[in-house]
Design a protein around this ligand. Structure first.
Ligand SMILES: [Fe+2]
Ligand SMILES: [Fe+2]
Length: 198
């Protein structure tokens, strides 16, 4: 499917305002991919598709989770998380996207996961910091993203976790695993450079 058709297919799934967010994520992910050695074409595609199911009715998402073998524990957590898994399922079914790396980046863009790929991290971070995003701490995330992908992403995950704690909501375990894993990676990278640099 060519780019224009993909864009039209995505636009049909959501109101115009949501598409403006998607367009911001597309531009941001493309820049981040260039900055951090990712694949800009895959970043473009995964970002375009990341919120494919975001505006779908909750009961439609729930039905798909139940009937298409998606992780049923999703149903025990925030509905916010559902569109990511349902979206990955939907872009394969409806648009014929088969690239597992792209599908994973869509699937884990909200929660994160352990061992996030470079593409996972780029899409997740772009989703936090695209230009129309405005929440406490977003400027710090943008600053960190100039040089430090993992640090910027941890700051994003921290803002999510802090928000959930403040609201008394449950925290999806993958988000905690993603954060711990990134912190370990940051620590070992810093340790390695200290060891080298003395
Ligand atoms: Fe999303
Ligand atoms: Fe998004």
């Amino acid at each position: 499917m060519d780019r224009e058709l993909l864009i039209e297919a995505v636009k049909r799934q959501m109101p115009e305002k949501r598409y403006r967010h998607v367009a911001g994520v597309v531009d941001t992910a493309f820049v981040l991919a260039q900055r951090f050695g990712g694949d800009p074409e895959k970043a473009w595609l995964a970002a375009l598709l990341h919120d494919y199911a975001k505006a779908w009715p909750t009961d439609r998402m729930e039905r798909i989770i139940r009937t298409e073998g998606l992780p049923s524990e999703l149903l025990d957590y925030d509905k916010e998380l559902w569109h990511a898994h349902v979206g990955a399922w939907a872009v394969r079914e409806e648009l014929g996207i088969e690239d597992e790396e792209v599908l994973d980046a869509v699937r884990y863009h909200t929660s994160g996961r352990e061992n996030m790929t470079l593409l996972d991290r780029i899409v997740c971070l772009a989703d936090y910091m695209e230009p129309s995003r405005a929440f406490p701490g977003v400027e710090r995330i943008r600053e960190l993203s100039e040089h430090h992908l993992n640090e910027a992403l941890v700051a994003g995950l921290d803002s999510t976790i802090a928000h959930l704690l403040e609201k008394g909501r449950t925290i999806f375990p993958l988000t905690v695993l993603a954060r711990n894993d990134l912190l370990r990676q940051i620590r070992s990278a810093n340790g390695a450079s200290e060891a080298q640099g003395g």
